[in-house]
Design a protein around this ligand. Structure first.
Ligand SMILES: *[C@@H]1O[C@H](CO)[C@@H](O)[C@H](O)[C@H]1NC(C)=O
Ligand SMILES: *[C@@H]1O[C@H](CO)[C@@H](O)[C@H](O)[C@H]1NC(C)=O
Ligand SMILES: *[C@@H]1O[C@H](CO)[C@@H](O)[C@H](O)[C@H]1NC(C)=O
Ligand SMILES: *[C@@H]1O[C@H](CO)[C@@H](O)[C@H](O)[C@H]1NC(C)=O
Ligand SMILES: *[C@@H]1O[C@H](CO)[C@@H](O)[C@H](O)[C@H]1NC(C)=O
Ligand SMILES: CC(=O)N[C@H]1CO[C@H](CO)[C@@H](O)[C@@H]1O
Ligand SMILES: [Cu+2]
Length: 576
């Protein structure tokens, strides 16, 4: 029997005999997603946690306690419950993704992140890549990063600031138990997720992710965008594969097993999960909705579109509003990029539509999508048109444009991939350096810098810089790439290798909706992407309200988690 027919046979047995029998002899079989019925589970709204209290009508700061728990989660009507790691206030209420944290601009939120995880991980990991490893006691290292946050280093979730259950063991840069989030940046969308050294890909895969929204009512209310729990919703999208017993499947054999027994360069799952359900459905009213779509995949890019031609009105990217709404037929989202969009279902000519995906994987040169991973979720649209108070203004929020003349430094960041004798990737580095090598990026707080990111690999790598926000200025193709790459491989110095002689190929335009401030951007293979990074607020000229020069500093990295873990990540520190 081929794999397909075995799975089919198992699914039939499963239906007849129940799951108990399945798990005794089907454990290493994967669920073939094409046998799962789509759109049978309703879209879930994750629980909301307010990061502020209201006292005498005014918001005041608040401390939240959020744990990480080992529990079971139901991803689909016909997938047995899946062991996961979930964030939540209590084990019973913990969810995958975790609760959505709602905060107010200017009101501090404190979070006591608590690790209640068991001693053994539910997914395979690889001790041969630099990995947080408890020495004395058992336990799973975790540390929470709030992606898009402009905040202090002590609360940034530095990869070596990990801790195990009950803080029994702490990583070398661990500093405090309760994280402080200032929330005094521009309003927008953030997300929190694990960031432990060498374990990020599996800790996220296990479920440690959640949305975080910072609202600024005085600035946002006049925009009159759809609002309220019903019409303004985060959609956290990721891909996962399952065994027939319901457990998450991640290959435990690496692509170069003699070098790295488990590590693989990219994780792709067969089932597309939105807010913790595989291909959910949502009944919507014939009116406008706001969706904050977060791509929380390890490595999958999504190119979203609606099968009935409905369009997206793009209003924000990552953690920042754009200046004017942009109408789009499709959106390409890299891992960890966020698309904040309005969808007007009153424009629909049909009663339902499917949010679909047609990005090849790996992006852009990999396999085309198939039946299962080409669909994301279904919207069933009610017939009656409604009086819709939400509108989309012509202008959203304007932040200062990047001022090139203000740049105080220029850096070259080269992305390298290394391969084994069998031509399989073994690891990836930024600037040819491991994470442990001394810090080389030490900007001055309050300045802006030009970073030229040179992609010398075959993949598109979403670059994410902690603390800073950046604008993409220019994307220029390299000519005579092989000559330039050979030089770089020898001396690893973009200036000595005369980058200006090679960076003069075709220019790729930055898309209208990606021209604003961002915290992740897709670095096209074979191109030099020039960005202006700002290490200060964008909504005001005030200095940071915290000391960005404190230890342990920050990091910048590729947001394909499998790359970040091995080790496309470098330290980032600041001086006054
Ligand atoms: C499912 O099968 C895997 C692989 O055999 C096994 O490690 C795991 O414990 C099983 N999980 C459950 C929930 O039965
Ligand atoms: C796991 O990875 C190994 C090595 O790349 C590969 O040979 C094998 O087919 C993979 N297994 C599955 C189930 O994908
Ligand atoms: C989601 O993010 C992952 C990793 O950051 C990326 O590889 C993937 O392409 C993204 N997918 C979408 C749909 O944006
Ligand atoms: C929508 O559904 C209703 C009843 O379910 C049906 O009468 C109508 O023709 C449908 N409209 C379209 C455009 O499919
Ligand atoms: C910040 O300073 C610049 C230059 O002095 C000025 O043009 C800009 O308006 C200021 N921005 C804000 C938000 O005050
Ligand atoms: C400079 C460089 O090495 N660019 C490579 C980037 O990736 C593409 C493949 O997508 C290669 O063709 C380029 O050589
Ligand atoms: Cu990468």
């Amino acid at each position: 029997m081929g794999r397909k027919s075995i799975v089919m046979y198992h699914l039939i047995c499963w239906a007849i005999l129940g799951v108990g029998v399945m798990s005794t002899w089907g454990e290493d079989r994967l669920i073939n997603p094409s046998y799962l019925e789509m759109f049978v589970d309703d879209l879930v709204d994750m629980p909301k946690l307010k990061g502020f209290d209201i006292v005498n009508g005014l918001p005041v700061s608040k401390t939240l306690k959020i744990g990480m728990f080992h529990k079971k989660w139901k991803f689909h009507r016909d997938i047995p419950s899946t062991p996961v790691f979930a964030y939540g206030t209590y084990k019973d209420t913990a969810t995958v993704p975790g609760p959505t944290i709602e905060t107010r601009h200017g009101i501090d939120t404190y979070v006591k992140w608590q690790n209640h995880l068991p001693s053994k991980h539910i997914l395979p990991w690889d001790p041969t890549i630099p990995t947080a490893t408890p020495t004395t006691k058992k336990g799973i290292p975790t540390v929470v990063h709030l992606h898009g946050n402009i905040g202090e280093p002590e609360s940034d979730g530095h990869a070596d600031a990990w801790f195990t259950a009950r803080f029994q063991e702490r990583g070398p840069t661990w500093t405090k138990k309760t994280y402080h989030y200032y929330n005094n940046q521009q309003p927008g969308n953030l997300w929190y997720h694990d960031h432990a050294m060498g374990l990020t890909r599996i800790n996220l895969l296990a479920g440690l992710i959640g949305a975080y929204i910072t609202r600024h009512p005085e600035i946002e209310a006049p925009l009159e965008l759809p609002y309220g729990d019903e019409f303004d919703r985060p959609l956290i999208v990721f891909d996962r594969s399952f065994r027939t017993n319901g457990s998450l499947f991640m290959n435990s054999t690496g692509n170069n097993p003699s070098i790295h027994p488990q590590w693989q360069p990219e994780y792709f799952g067969d089932a597309i999960i939105v807010n913790g359900k595989a291909w959910p459905r949502m009944i919507v009213r014939r009116r406008k909705y706001r969706f904050r779509i977060i791509n929380a995949s390890n490595a999958r890019f999504f190119k979203f579109f609606f099968t009935n031609g409905l369009r997206f009105i793009f209003v924000g990217s990552d953690s920042v509003y754009i200046e004017r709404p942009v109408m789009l037929n499709e959106i390409l989202l890299a891992p960890s990029e966020i698309a904040d969009v309005i969808v007007d279902f009153s424009e629909s000519k049909s009663n339902s539509t499917i949010l679909a995906n047609d990005a090849p994987y790996p992006y852009p040169s990999g396999d085309p999508v198939n039946g299962a991973n080409s669909k994301v979720m279904k919207f069933v649209i009610k017939e009656q048109t409604e009086d819709d108070k939400g509108r989309v203004p012509d202008k959203l929020i304007k932040y200062p444009s990047p001022d090139l003349s203000s740049a105080s430094a220029t850096r070259y960041i080269a992305m390298y991939e290394y391969t084994s004798d069998i031509d399989e990737p073994t690891h990836l580095y930024l600037n040819g350096k491991s994470f442990e090598e001394p810090v080389t990026e030490i900007p001055k707080v309050g300045t802006s810098e030009v970073w030229n990111v040179i992609n010398l690999t075959e993949d598109n790598h979403p670059l994410h810089i902690h603390l800073g926000l950046f604008v993409v200025l220019d994307q220029t193709e390299l000519v005579n790439v092989d000559e330039f790459r050979n030089c770089m491989k020898k001396i690893n110095d973009a200036i000595k290798c005369q980058i200006s002689k090679y960076a003069r190929g075709k220019n790729m335009e930055v898309l209208e909706h990606e021209k604003g401030w961002k915290n992740v951007y897709k670095m096209t293979p074979g191109f030099v992407t020039k960005i202006l990074v700002r290490f200060s607020y964008i909504h005001s000229n005030a200095s940071y309200v915290f000391d960005a020069t404190a230890e342990p500093g920050y990091v910048y990295h590729c947001h394909i988690l499998d790359h970040e873990d091995n080790v496309m990540m470098r330290p980032l520190k600041f001086i006054k």
